[in-house]
Design a protein around this ligand. Structure first.
Ligand code: PEP
Ligand code: MN
Length: 358
């Protein structure tokens, strides 16, 4: 993926003072709802109007989108407001119809990105086409699957590519509808800095009150855009009612968000950041020394268990250690999620050290 810079270049060319804002309802419901929402959004920071026409619903029997007629409504939005328009495509037929109706940007949804056959079908339908395509992360936390979808679309000759981070589904209930797992997006950004990253806080949060903070996190990570579900009457939306916000609320959010700068040469900042980083470097070295020391003890335990023919995994002891660490962690202001991650990693390594030290 040598050249993924075109969408970024286009974004830079727009000379926006804020990240790209894509807003609009989860689903196009009626012509009136679409046009009213778009007209209200025209007076906000919105650059691109979104609306789902074909809705991939988890369970059958729910509203599955208005279909092709909605594309005509999107064309009207373009004519009446001048906003760019975007919709989700899940099949070659959707691509064809969206192209016929001059939709500016197509996005591939999370339930499609998981399926290489479906992505390839879309990629084949896009051959020789000059469009911007945004690819949502797959529902499961798999960076390669996300990149695979980007590569398939890129190999079809699409230059203007971006990605949308909409979080990952988990079996356990958490405060999120879809856990953001920021690390995955950060890794993608690190590997492909020219691939613009757009945050979809609506599907991450699944509720209205945490959208602002989630957007701010994205801006703290220098994301290039936001895609936020917006509806004139969110409570009565036909899909994803809990997470949609009004155009007014969207305006408040984009006004209050703090846009971060890449860096500053300001003396005071440089002086302080250098000192803090020196502290961190020392602490990191201490952490490594401690971990090595801990593994040394694990190795001795491994030899002892081997001598006495005792199994390496002692589930009760491990459950007890983890529980204690979670309580201690909380006392020190460290989240349960963080402690679990760290100690699970330490425990796994400890087991392999014990295994090797027979
Ligand atoms: C959507 O954007 O309305 C949608 C269906 O999103 P996702 O593919 O992220 O579930
Ligand atoms: Mn939705």
């Amino acid at each position: 993926m040598e050249n993924t810079a075109t969408f970024k270049t286009w974004l830079e060319g727009m000379q926006l003072e804020h990240p790209l804002v894509i807003a609009g309802p989860c689903s196009a419901e009626t012509e009136e709802q679409v046009l009213q929402t778009a007209h209200q959004l025209k007076n906000t920071d919105t650059n691109v109007f979104r609306a789902g026409i074909w809705k991939p619903r988890t369970r059958p029997g729910q509203f599955e989108g208005v279909g092709e007629i909605g594309l005509k409504w999107l064309q009207k939005v373009k004519e009446e407001t001048g906003l760019l328009v975007t919709t989700e495509v899940g099949t070659a037929d959707h691509v064809e119809k969206a192209l016929q109706h001059d939709i500016d940007i197509l996005w591939v949804g999370a339930r499609t990105t998981v399926n290489p056959f479906a992505v390839q079908e879309i990629a084949d339908a896009l051959k020789g086409v000059d469009k911007t395509v945004l690819i949502k992360n797959p529902v499961n936390p798999d960076l390669s699957l996300w990149l695979g979808a980007v590569e398939r679309i890129k190999n079809a000759g699409i230059q203007q590519l971006g990605v949308i981070h909409r979080g990952f589904s988990t079996y356990q209930k958490t405060e999120y509808r879809n856990n953001p797992k920021w690390q995955i997006a950060i890794e993608l950004k690190k590997e492909f800095p020219d691939l613009p990253m757009i945050l979809d806080p609506s599907h991450i949060c699944g509720r209205r009150d945490t959208i602002f903070d989630t957007c701010q996190m994205a801006l703290d990570l220098r994301y290039e855009g936001l895609m936020i579900e917006t509806h004139i009457d969110p409570d009565n939306a036909w899909s994803d009612a809990m997470q949609q916000i009004t155009p007014n609320r969207l305006s408040e959010i984009t006004k209050d968000l703090k846009i971060r700068i890449d860096n500053t040469n300001e003396k005071d900042y440089q002086h302080k950041i250098k000192a803090f980083r020196k502290d961190l470097d020392v602490l990191d070295k201490n952490l490594l020394d401690l971990l090595a020391h801990r593994m040394g003890v694990a190795s001795k335990i491994g030899r002892l268990k081997h001598e006495k023919n005792v199994a390496i995994l002692q589930s009760d002891r491990w459950a007890h250690v983890l529980e204690k660490m979670i309580v201690n962690g909380e006392k020190n202001g460290l989240s349960q999620e963080f402690i679990e991650k760290i100690f699970k990693a330490i425990h796994i390594e400890s087991i392999s050290v014990q295994q090797r030290s027979k």
